[in-house]
Ligand binder design. Sequence first.
Ligand code: MN
Length: 246
Amino acid sequence: MQKHTYFLSDMHLGLPLYNPAEREKKVVRFLDSVKNTAGDIYLLGDVFDFWWEYKYVVPKGYVRFLGKLAELTDSGVNIHFFVGNHDLWIKNYLAYECSVKIYHKPEEITIGNKIFFLAHGDRLGNGIEVKPTMLQRVFANRFLQWLYSTIHPRWGLAFGYTWSKHSRLSKEVSTPWRGKDELLFRLATKMAERSKVDYFIFGHRHTPVQMDLPNRAKLLILSDWITGCTYAEFDGNNIELKEFKG
Ligand SMILES: [Mn+2]
């Protein structure tokens, strides 16, 4: 049987809103439901609402989710983890403990006879990767990351959780999709005109969208798993946005 490929994003695990325990269980039920059909699973960012790992310490929680990732990779499913703007500080713990492959940049990937352009969807613009903002530069600065790591987790993680929750509540609660005015649509259109990419798949916008692009390419935006649960499934020939009903 031809194995299928699945794409999901923006689970924001740990966000203390809309029943976080049930959200984690729903994601786990989804992963369990595809374990026999999946060859590859792509997690396209903001899997965790906030993640910071220290040399000997990782955040509490997520045991069902992490256990399911390990179970799937142990059984031969490839799990790919693109970091988002909420979990860009993922280092090597998940790769080591759950055999997940971590990506810090957008990637062009061939699956079957189709070409996919995959990214979380932040920091993208007409020049593909746009100049980071001041805050993004601070977040990505190695020295500041090292400095932050020296703060005791009691305070380092507490600060991170507060920032993350505030950031979600203040500006990132799903805003309506503006169609052809959206940056991700314009970027994908421009790329589709001059590349062989078939499918552009992003998260970040928290609202499911499917739009046609030049050269018969398609743009797919995944929903979050806070209030929705739309994922994309590729069967080797066709791709479809689907809602998880489990
Ligand atoms: Mn998000």
